[in-house]
Design a protein around this ligand. Structure first.
Ligand code: ASP
Ligand code: MG
Length: 411
């Protein structure tokens, strides 16, 4: 019998009415004959509300206690959905992480899953019941409650799907799939019928919010096929799976825009071995993710180094860099609080030359200046002035994926 894991996000269980609708959907899917496991997020807004409560009581709430608090959101929605399923005469049983022995490390607020014991899930499935699992939470080896990081109910679902060797993991959300670009910015954006794990990883890393990054990594590692779909409207959604030959026919699958980056320049750095390590060591130690780095060709033994950091980390990064600048005798530290990073993503780039050049030509034709460039096998990213970010995104989308462009569109 096929095993299907269905995950419902916060908006999908955001009200009593929505929970009723989800229960109907689960009942229908079960009537179709599959063995179903359901994973739920907290009701929309609930996790934020819980974090805010803690912050009213302490400026530095203890991470262990914060996890005890925020893990309750998923407990509520799991119980409510189970109650409704029983009302529809669907046999069901809710599970919290400790009941499933979903064991993580002890990094509160961002724990990594170490093991899942499938015994109770399998027993529930064998007895014809639908397990409803609270997402986002785990326990460490001492039995402390942990959470897996914001948005990580997706990760719970993929981990269960991998453990149970499920046939598919369906992620139900408030959009009907993965789009070629943010439809709020690009009016011609279209739903993709399918996308590879690698492309989805790049897009999630570049700010596409539809799937949580780590859940895509886990799905790729265990080859769990994903489908992203709306719980509000019927539709095929977007399939995320291994790369297929035909995927390479398309140069660009998506265009992303990240407006939450800042740029820091360290000027007049002496050009000698070990300096980059001195500069980026403390930033890495502080857990700040540096995304793009350029080092200008040195003149008279000195050079400039420019890099980007998430805007939320700008203040901390500047504090660290000012210290380093003093130590190494750099002539100055400059920064730009808001820059835009625009990227094109597509597995077709592996086999087609000239994609980056075409991207630069498109931006030139809009008179948009490129400040930084970074590439990977299936991605080209540029940093531009923040005020041109949306324009750049639209121009690139029209050029590579515009009406009649060669995307892998859905219906
Ligand atoms: N409720 C958690 C959050 O808001 C987990 C999730 O929604 O996936 O981050
Ligand atoms: Mg979510």
């Amino acid at each position: 019998m096929a095993i299907i894991v269905q995950k419902y996000g916060g908006t999908s269980v955001g009200s009593v009415e929505r929970i009723k609708a989800v229960a109907e959907r689960v009942a229908r899917a079960r009537a179709g004959g599959a063995q179903l496991v359901v994973v739920v997020s907290a009701m929309a807004g609930e996790t934020n509300r819980l974090f805010a409560l803690a912050e009213q009581l302490s400026s530095r709430p203890d991470p262990r206690e914060t996890d005890v608090l925020v893990a309750t959101g998923e407990q509520v929605s799991a119980a409510l959905l189970a109650i409704r399923l029983q009302e529809l005469a669907v046999p069901t049983v809710s599970f919290l992480a400790h009941q499933l022995k979903l064991v993580t490390d002890s990094r509160h607020g961002g724990a990594q899953i170490k093991a899942v014991d499938s015994t109770r899930l399998r027993a529930a499935l064998e007895s014809g019941r639908v397990p409803v699992v609270a997402g986002y939470q785990g326990i460490d080896s001492d039995g402390n409650i942990t959470t897996l990081g914001r948005g990580a109910s997706d990760l719970t679902a993929v981990a269960l799907a991998a453990t149970l060797k499920a046939d598919i993991c369906e992620i139900y959300t408030d959009v009907d799939g993965v789009y070629t670009a943010d439809p709020n910015i690009c009016p011609h954006a279209r739903r993709l019928s399918h996308i590879s794990y690698d492309e989805m990883l790049e897009m999630a890393g570049l700010g596409a919010k539809v799937l949580q990054l780590r859940s895509v990594e886990l799905a790729r590692r265990y080859n769990v096929p994903l489908v992203v779909r709306s719980s509000f409207v019927e539709g095929e959604g977007t399939r995320v799976s291994e790369e297929e030959a035909a995927m390479e026919d398309v140069l660009v699958s998506g265009v992303t825009l990240d407006q939450n980056q800042s740029k820091i320049t360290l000027a007049g750095v002496q050009d000698r071995p070990g300096l980059a390590a001195k500069i980026f060591g403390p930033i890495a130690a502080a857990g700040i993710v540096v995304d793009m780095i350029i080092q200008n060709a040195g003149a008279e033994g000195r050079t400039d180094i420019t890099f980007t950091v998430p805007r939320a980390d700008l203040r901390r990064a500047l504090e660290l860099i000012n210290v380093v600048a003093g130590e190494i005798g750099a002539t100055g530290v400059m920064h730009q609080e808001q820059v835009a990073k625009v990227s094109i993503v597509g597995v077709g780039m592996r086999t087609h030359a000239g994609v980056a050049a075409r991207m630069f030509a498109v931006l030139a034709s809009e008179s948009i200046n490129i400040e930084m460039i970074a590439t990977s096998e299936i991605k080209v990213s540029v940093v531009v002035n923040a005020k041109y970010g949306e324009l750049a995104m639209r121009a690139l989308h029209d050029a590579f994926l515009g009406e009649g462009g060669g995307a892998r569109p859905g219906a």
